[in-house]
Design a protein around this ligand. Structure first.
Ligand code: FAD
Length: 465
């Protein structure tokens, strides 16, 4: 029987894992994972928790997970030689730097007579497969979503019943997790089983109210599956199949399902967009935005990161991120818009900060999220749509419970005073125990003036290419 190495990357699961399923059919299997050389971000440490869980899950099925620390090509070549591997099976990536690495790996292994087989892993549709009638990529989400809905969405690959494992000594793999990380992930157990349970509880408890919860950060009733999707502990195809499973539900539930699936399809759209625009993590997709004159004021950036801007919704969001490694989508949009438009800070600084702090960090979704907010993506919020951080709070956190949870120094303020403490009467603030500038900061910028300044900056670059 052929000896096959299944190379794990951002697909840390056993179900709907085409590379593992094909390997189980074609020969004897051993699995490998290569650890990043330096771990810095919340997502890096989160990933390793899953790797450890995956190792236990694979062991239960008689499979070994090798842990490597060398560079990709060197490590895979070493394994292939040490264990006399005939072929490497891997779920392909859709990020161009990773695709280049895959191609280099294929070339390097060819020289030692090892084949590489690639499979379609973590998407509902292969990037490049959903095209317009003219054979072009979709630039705008809604038509992409409609076309994807009408296409035959990839089905989950069934899990093999048995595996023929290659037994070798499995090394130890321990990581010193920093205290800040241990604190933020308390709520989220790692692993595929935990991801499946999250999906199940979301479908049972929250799916029927999704379209409302989707805009209410205080509710914590969106699926929170991003933390599992980001490392591939669950596949979008399994989510899609589970959510669409029962078609006999009342019409309003069907609408809720559709609202959820539509969001899930934004993920495929991001993957497609970055596949088509490999530089979208570093360059504006609409070129005029690369001429933008940023202020990049260090103090302002620091206050944004620490949740000390003086705008309660922004501060709640940034503190939620710092304390939990997660932030509700509505608030991600508002804090990102505040950074790039109110503070005139380069979107790449925000993108980098999110990549370091989000446990659900996903390169495609993060890049597209920032390009959307900035207005520089092809299907983006227009630049002149500048979120007002006060009215956004009034609309989406009407009783202020999200703000109070993360900005407790304002918890005795209510209504208008909570959303705009800088306009509250001194007596009201005193009664609530708040001295502005001492217990809670004065606003970093004036909303109206900042809005005007942002619009003027845009006029300087509009139409440039
Ligand atoms: P749900 O509302 O339950 O949605 C289910 C799934 O659909 C999500 O898990 C996600 O995979 C997908 N999805 C939902 N909304 C979006 C969206 N707007 N774009 C793409 N996919 C979406 N998402 C990440 O997974 N990682 C990131 O690094 C990331 N960075 C972002 C940065 C900015 C500036 C913005 C505005 C958005 C970003 N998003 C990112 C998208 C979105 O905020 C999260 O996917 C969502 O908040 C995750 O929570 P959930 O799983 O409860 O979502």
């Amino acid at each position: 029987m052929n000896k096959i190495l299944v190379l794990y990357r951002r697909d840390l699961r056993m179900m709907d894992h085409p590379a593992l399923a094909a390997a189980a059919k074609d020969g004897r299997v051993i699995c490998g994972y290569i650890k990043k050389q330096t771990l810095t971000s919340a997502h890096d440490f989160w990933t390793l928790r899953h790797v450890n869980q995956l190792k236990k899950d694979l062991n239960q099925e008689g499979l070994t997970l090798l842990m490597g620390e060398k560079s990709l090509i060197e490590q895979v070549k070493t394994w292939c030689t040490d264990y006399e591997i005939d072929a490497v099976y891997v779920n392909r990536s859709y990020l161009h730097d990773e695709i280049t690495l895959e191609e280099e790996l294929i070339a390097a292994l060819k020289k030692i007579n090892v084949d590489v087989h690639r499979f379609v892993g973590d998407v509902l549709s292969k990037p490049g497969s959903i095209l317009t009638n003219k054979g072009e990529y979709y630039k705008v989400f809604t038509p992409f979503y409609k076309a994807l809905r009408q296409s035959s969405i990839l089905r989950p690959t069934p899990k093999p019943e048995t595996y023929h494992g290659i037994k070798v000594k499995q090394g130890q793999f321990s990581v010193d997790e920093p205290a800040w990380f241990k604190k933020i992930v308390d709520k989220s157990p790692p692993g595929e089983q935990a991801a499946m349970m999250r999906l199940e509880s979301f479908c049972e408890d929250y799916l029927s109210g999704y379209s409302h919860a989707r805009d209410r950060p205080a509710l914590e009733e969106t699926s929170r599956l991003s933390v599992y999707l980001s490392i591939g502990a669950i596949s979008p195809r399994i989510i899609y199949q589970r959510v669409m499973a029962e078609n006999t539900l009342p019409a309003h539930v069907d609408e809720e399902k559709e609202a959820f699936i539509r969001q899930l399809m934004w993920r495929d759209f991001s993957y497609q967009q970055l596949y088509q625009h490999p530089k979208a993590e570093t360059e504006a997709m609409r070129k005029e935005f690369d001429y933008f004159k940023w202020l990049n004021d260090e103090d302002a950036i620091d206050r944004w990161k620490k949740g000390q801007t003086g705008y309660p919704l922004i501060d709640a969001g940034m503190r939620e991120l710092y304390e939990t490694g997660y932030m509700h989508n509505r608030v991600r949009m508002v804090v990102a818009s505040f950074l790039v438009k109110h503070l005139l800070v380069d979107w790449r600084i925000g993108l980098h900060y999110f990549s370091e702090t989000l446990i659900d960090h996903d390169r495609q979704n993060n890049a597209l999220g920032w390009q959307w907010v900035m207005g520089s993506g092809f299907d983006a919020s227009p630049y002149f749509r500048i979120f007002n951080p006060i009215t956004q709070a009034e609309k989406f956190d009407p009783d202020g419970s999200y703000i109070k949870r993360y900005v407790p120094e304002l918890s005795k303020l209510e209504g208008r005073d909570l959303f705009r403490p800088f306009e509250a009467k001194v007596e009201t603030l005193t009664k609530a125990g708040v001295t502005l500038g001492k217990d809670y900061p004065l606003p970093l910028v004036d909303h109206k003036k900042a809005r005007q300044r942002a619009l003027e900056r845009y006029q300087d670059v509009k139409g440039k290419s």
